[in-house]
Design a protein. Structure first.
Length: 153
């Protein structure tokens, strides 16, 4: 039930994004490799340009690695770790609030059920007396001597 709440799902997505950014920062420590594929033609004339015999392709591997960056990559990793830790704490806080909201709602339901039971028990145990009815004049009943004009409508 808690995972369906939009605030909890949003917090989960934020922590997942922060973790992914942290992993990208860590990946910058390793060398990068590329394997490009080249497709071309080796035709000597226009007539043989699109023939199957003149088609060539090549594959080459390249790699690169940063040797010195004055600690920038490590600083990016520490910053990403700090952001991930912050998102984790915010996620925990969001889950705590969600639990508190659910607990408050369940407590409210229980309190209302207890109140209804008490009212039902009071209604059953109350003595049944007929209610004395007084005649009403029109829509209002006067409850005062003639010199006072107090009416209850």
């Amino acid at each position: 039930m808690l995972r369906d709440r939009p605030d909890v799902r949003g917090a989960e997505r934020r922590i997942a994004a922060a973790t992914a950014r942290q992993n990208v920062a860590v990946a910058d420590l390793f060398p990068r490799f590329r394997i490009p594929l080249t497709l071309g033609t080796a035709a000597s004339g226009f007539g043989s340009l699109f023939s199957a015999a003149s088609t060539i392709w090549s594959v080459a591997a390249t790699g690169s690695q940063t040797l010195f960056d004055d600690g920038q990559r490590k600083a990016r990793i520490r910053a990403a770790e700090a952001i991930t830790a912050t998102q984790r704490l915010q996620y925990e806080q969001t889950v705590r609030v969600a639990f508190r909201d659910v607990e408050d709602a369940l407590t409210g339901i229980e309190t209302e059920a207890t109140r209804r039971e008490a009212l039902g028990a009071a209604k059953l145990s109350a003595p049944r007396r007929p209610i004395a009815r007084q005649p009403l004049i029109g829509h209002c009943a006067s409850a005062a001597p003639a010199r006072w004009i107090i009416s209850i409508c």
